[in-house]
Design a binder for this molecule. Structure first.
Ligand SMILES: [Zn+2]
Length: 104
């Protein structure tokens, strides 16, 4: 986790869980109040977006069925990442390492 994200999560924690004021957080973290406030709100917006995406089932992080890596899925049915779609195995219609004579 990088420094920026760590700081943002700490702001969100102090605000949501501990009910600190922005002024108190700003003082504790040696930051400007406006910076704390804008960072917090940006974090909230991203959180809401992520929750909305889960509800709709769109634009979500999904695990690719082929390489098992996380990728940004654009629509509910998308289960294969872009790089795997470029692979010959996918293009030939086979998800497995079957002999080339099959499925052609
Ligand atoms: Zn993949």
């Amino acid at each position: 986790m990088n420094q920026f994200r760590h700081q943002t999560l700490r702001i969100a924690y102090l605000r949501d869980q501990r009910r600190w004021s922005f002024a108190r957080i700003a003082k504790a973290m040696d930051m400007q109040i406006y910076a704390v406030r804008s960072r917090y709100h940006r974090h909230k917006i991203q959180e809401e977006k992520a929750e909305a995406a889960v509800l709709v089932g769109q634009d979500a992080r999904r695990m690719c069925l082929m390489c098992r890596k996380d990728f940004d899925s654009q629509w509910p049915g998308e289960r294969i990442c872009k790089s795997c779609k470029m692979k010959p195995a996918y293009r030939s219609g086979s998800d497995f390492d079957t002999p080339a004579v099959w499925g052609r």
